[in-house]
Design a protein around this ligand. Sequence first.
Ligand code: GLY
Length: 374
Amino acid sequence: MDGVRYDSIIVGGGIIGLSIGWRASQLGLSVLILEKGDPPDAASAAAAGMLAPVTETTFGEDALLQLNLESARRWKGFAEELSFAGGINLADHRRGILHIALDRDQSESLSRLFEYQQELGLQVQWLSSMACRRLEPALHPSTRAGILAQGDWAVDPRSVLDALRTVLRSAGATLRHGAVVTKVKSGPSPSVRLDTGETIEAGTVVIAAGPWSGQIPGIPSRVSRAVRPVKGQILRLRPAAPMPPPITQILRTEEVYLVPRPGGEIVAGATVEEKGFDTAATAGGVFELLRAAGELVPGIREMELVEVKAGLRPGTPDNAPLLGTVEPGLVMATGHFRNGVLLAPVTADGIAELLAKGDLPAELAGFDPRRFQE
Ligand code: GLY
């Protein structure tokens, strides 16, 4: 026992863990964040950072859509507060996201999606081929149509992570890297044990360890079995000097998304692979992404490939996160699957409220981690 007791110990130093730690510290709690990576290997560092609840609307996921929309509404204030407090300009991209159909099949499925988005009252606009190419002249001439989701945008998750680490420290939270948790204990005296043999006590332990959340001994098996890793390979491309970046608009098709960063880099993602904890970059993954990106924007083929990275999303059986108390003193904040960056503000606000006041706000009530039975 090291003798120090925290109000909250958060296991996981990705965007979810750091955001909860920040909000909990702002509510006056003493917070310790334990991150196994050194430097952190969180999936958030690989992510493209799309804040795209409308573009990524999925049939039959209406409750998750409402949570995504609520978090998207909070992102602007979250980014402004973080930029100001963290002294980092979270340069963003506010021109909407354009979802493109390149052939007849894609155009038919895009039109079904458009009808569904309209039924849901979402802010979307159907654009002809010509209107798409006026907005983004670098699009392939075979572009047939597109949906513009004007309110969707993106942040750079690496800048967000840097800003969060800065604001956390100034809020008084402690962040430990290279801290591998070997056991969590719930009940009246919650604690975590580290691979160093150290045991640290807390008022509450929060598991925000992304795809690794299910691997930590001490978590009830029905909950831990609900979280699985879903691999995503993602590329970073840079214009070959002295060329300007080919696109200024965030674009996506059924197969790939392209996110231009303010400095000229373009992020192309991402594969969706059930490969366990494997994070190898593969020739096939890179090939498929580049093929789909080149079919959407031929100018991509002239860019330099500067990074290939694989991250692991925390998937769940219903694609929705696990948010809330699972046993006394043990809270889950994981399973965000494709929406970790998007869902950071609403998760952080809600879990911090649970930690400080004992109540989970209504918007998180539908995501009880105990919904998956043995
Ligand atoms: N949100 C995009 C992805 O998971 O690839």
